[in-house]
Design a protein around this ligand. Structure first.
Ligand code: RP5
Length: 165
């Protein structure tokens, strides 16, 4: 597989989830991690979603980030169909504004875990995916160190910015 073969797979239940997912793709672009992104619904295109999850590892993916809103079954269905780690992103949509999706994703039954981040936190999902891969990848560990160092500099600059005089 080439250096540009996607190793993180984003999957979302609707293209209305895409603006949220882009917070995660931006993080991976910044860290130089190749990814793919698909719209596949556990309810509206269940066979496509299953096929994608079942072939994910063979295509080279290492971690999956699955986002859905409302009765958010996609992360769990994907997790049940692959041995790759799955990170779920609850999407804020519908009358319950993401609390429904959060509970649907985080409350997995025993045996099929989904690592769940906060509502809309595709950026943290992307970082968590890189942390997982950094266990055995020095380039990724270095990229995360740089990312943290940039955050540290920003907070220190903000602190200096509010000091009197
Ligand atoms: C879920 O239903 C999707 O993940 C989305 O967050 C929500 C609404 O979907 P659309 O009506 O925008 O297609 O399946």
């Amino acid at each position: 597989m080439s250096e540009n073969t996607p190793i993180v797979g984003f999957v979302m239940g609707s293209d209305s989830d895409w603006p949220v997912i882009q917070k995660g793709t931006a993080v991976l672009e910044q860290l130089g991690v190749p990814f793919e992104a698909r719209v596949l619904s556990a309810h509206r295109t269940p066979h496509d979603a299953l096929e994608w999850a079942q072939t994910a590892a063979d295509r080279g993916l290492k971690v999956i980030i699955a986002a859905a809103g409302m009765a958010a079954h996609l992360p769990g269905v994907v997790a049940a169909s692959t041995l790759l780690p799955v990170i779920g992103v609850p999407i804020q949509s519908g009358a319950l504004e993401g609390v429904d999706a959060l509970y649907s994703i985080v409350q997995m039954p025993p045996g099929i875990p989904v690592a769940t981040v906060g509502i809309g936190r595709a950026d943290n999902a992307a970082l968590l995916a890189v942390h997982m891969m950094a266990i055995e990848n020095d380039d990724m560990r270095k990229a995360l160190e740089d990312y943290r160092s940039q955050m540290r500099d920003k907070v220190r600059a903000a602190d200096r910015g509010i000091q009197p005089g």
